[in-house]
Each structure stands twice: as structure tokens, then as C-alpha cells.
Design a binder for this molecule. Structure first.
Ligand code: C2E
Ligand code: MG
Ligand code: MG
Ligand code: MG
Length: 290
């Protein structure tokens, strides 16, 4: 069964995903069992500096290795976990695994930040900051190297309780990131009130921006806003060489996307980094001189 799961993900055309994988067919009990028995597995996608190509972080993306259906993607089960009270257990499992992998990479000489996607419902749990803090301490990973990503659309529903939790996480030195920016209608006041360290421009404004004036306008406005507020900026969805070349002209700090790397198993990350360093030179991915 191990062979069913490649170390590095390949693109599956959506039309070929079987009907039963399209959000139907999994019961809450089955998902709960999957969380308990370790069928959920973390994949990781590198975040690299646009200037030097250095891999400075990875984003954790959870997958469900279903024994019969193969790899099931988060869009098929995160919503269900949120709706049925399983998201705290799910996040706990994801965090534990991510910190364990991060500690193992550090032993192999790879020091980078690890980002984890957090659901709004996690931020309604008062002892969430306590839980992540003890998980970090147990794994020996510093809070400063842990980034918690919250999507803009979830964030803007109701900010009062989450704001308290986010502030407490920040006081404990965790890094906070606002994900899928541009798709969630945040107001400027909300950005003022939450102390985010990083802003991720949604992939829909990144891929293809080089030949689309509207996308470019939104991209630059988001970049400028984030920079003025002192945040680091990540462009998501860098899918091809044109996207990459465009980014190099923008002053955007970090990039993430299929052009750089697909999400991969923890065991594949070190080898990927070596390959990327070679590719950087061979394909001349650095910015042109002068
Ligand atoms: P996200 O946090 O915005 O993550 C980026 C998504 O875009 C991932 O999809 C990733 O595989 C995909 N992606 C990366 N590069 C490219 C690219 O160049 N082009 C395109 N088209 N897509 C790209 P994935 O893994 O299916 O995850 C979907 C969403 O599910 C994530 O969006 C995140 O919101 C959520 N998610 C993933 N893991 C977790 C988790 O552990 N907990 C929670 N609460 N949510 C999670
Ligand atoms: Mg994310
Ligand atoms: Mg995103
Ligand atoms: Mg997303």
C-alpha cells in the first residue's frame, strides 16, 4: 500500500477524481477514527525567498491516506471536522506531527519555520495557546519558528474572541499569518487590530498576474498595504516561470507554488532542497544582474 502514495504530489485533473471523493461518502465517525488511528498525514510545501531562493519555511498541508480511496485532500474533510467538533483533535494531530518533523529536520541541519493552518474554531478554544505552547516545548521547537495561518475569509466573520486568542499567541512569540488575502473582505480596521507578521496574497492574484492588469493592480495594492503595515509578504500559487519572473520585479518577500515545489512527504524535503539549489543555478532562477 506504501507504493500507492508518492512522496511528491502530482497534479490530478479534477474531472478524474472519483465521485465518492468529492465531499461525499465519509461519515463523521470514519473521520474521527482516521484522526485517532493516524491515517492523517502531513505534507509540506516549501516557502522560499524570492531574492535568493533560500528555503526559509514550509507550510503543513494535511492529507488523509484513506486505505481504500488513496489520498484525500483537505477540502473534502476540514469542513466536516469543523462542523462536527473534530477540528481541535485534527489540529492537535497536525501540530504534533509537524513539530516532530520540524525537530527531525533540525537534527539533519535543516532549520526553517513551519507553518500550520489553523481553523477559526481552534481560535474559539481558550486553551489553544496553552496547547500549542506545550506541544512546542515537548518537541523542542521555538515558538518563533512556528507560523499559524488563518484564512482571511474565516477571520472576518467575528473577531472578538479570536482576537483575544491571537493576541495571546502573539505574546507567546508565535508568528501569525493571514492566508488567502484578497478573497475575504477584511476591513482595514480589522488588519489594524490583529498583529499579523505575514500576509499571503491569494493564488488567484498571483498566477497569471504578469499578463493581467486587474490581477496586477490587486497584487500590488495588497503588497503595498502589507509592507506599510510591516508584514512579510508571501505570494501563493506561483505556478510557472512567468509568475516567478513577475514576482522578482515586485519586491515580494516569499514565494510558494507548484513552480517551486508541490507539497511532499516529510522525508522528501531535504532531497528537494538539494535539487532546488541545483535547479536555481541550472535554470538561472536568480534575478538578472543590475
Ligand atoms: P491554503 O492554506 O491556502 O493552502 C494552499 C493550497 O493551495 C494547498 O491546497 C496547496 O496544495 C495548493 N497549492 C500550492 N501551490 C499551488 C499552486 O501553485 N497552484 C495551485 N493551484 N494550488 C497550489 P490543499 O493542500 O488542497 O489545501 C487546501 C486548503 O485546506 C488550504 O489552503 C487550507 O486552507 C486547508 N488546510 C490544509 N491543511 C489544513 C490543516 O491542517 N488544518 C486546517 N484547518 N486547514 C487545512
Ligand atoms: Mg495556508
Ligand atoms: Mg492560501
Ligand atoms: Mg486556501
Amino acid at each position: 500500500p506504501q507504493a500507492l502514495f508518492a512522496l511528491v504530489e502530482r497534479w490530478v485533473p479534477p474531472a478524474r477524481v472519483p465521485q465518492r471523493l468529492q465531499g461525499k461518502g465519509y461519515s463523521v465517525d470514519r473521520l474521527a477514527l482516521a484522526i485517532q488511528t493516524g491515517e492523517l498525514v502531513n505534507h509540506y510545501q516549501p516557502k522560499v525567498l524570492v531574492s535568493s531562493g533560500e528555503m526559509v519555511g514550509v507550510e503543513t498541508l494535511v492529507r488523509w491516506r484513506h486505505p481504500l480511496d488513496g489520498m484525500v485532500y483537505p477540502d473534502q474533510f476540514i469542513g466536516m471536522a469543523e462542523a462536527h467538533g473534530l477540528i481541535d483533535a485534527l489540529t492537535q494531530a497536525v501540530v504534533t506531527q509537524a513539530l516532530k518533523d520540524s525537530a527531525a529536520w533540525a537534527l539533519q541541519g535543516l532549520k526553517c519555520k513551519v507553518a500550520i493552518n489553523v481553523s477559526m474554531d481552534n481560535l474559539g478554544t481558550l486553551d489553544f495557546p496553552e496547547q500549542v505552547t506545550s506541544a512546542a516545548a515537548a518537541a523542542g521547537v521555538a515558538p518563533q519558528s512556528i507560523v499559524l495561518e488563518v484564512t482571511e475569509s474565516q477571520l472576518m466573520k467575528d473577531l472578538r474572541a479570536p482576537l483575544e486568542i491571537l493576541t495571546r499567541l502573539r505574546l507567546r512569540r508565535f508568528k501569525l499569518s493571514i492566508d488567502d488575502f484578497g478573497t475575504g473582505h477584511s476591513s482595514l480596521a480589522q488588519l489594524r487590530d490583529v498583529p499579523f507578521d505575514e500576509l499571503k496574497i491569494d493564488q488567484s492574484f498571483v498566477h497569471g498576474a504578469h499578463h493581467n492588469e486587474t490581477l496586477r493592480a490587486i497584487f500590488y495594492a495588497s503588497l503595498r498595504l502589507a509592507k506599510e503595515l510591516g508584514m512579510e509578504v508571501v505570494a501563493e500559487g506561483v505556478e510557472d516561470a512567468d509568475d516567478w519572473r513577475f514576482l522578482q520585479q515586485t519586491g515580494c518577500d516569499l514565494a510558494q507554488g507548484y513552480f517551486i515545489a508541490r507539497p511532499m512527504a516529510a522525508e522528501a524535503v531535504l532531497a528537494w532542497r538539494d535539487g532546488w539549489q541545483r535547479r536555481w543555478v541550472q535554470e538561472g532562477l536568480g534575478a538578472p544582474e543590475g
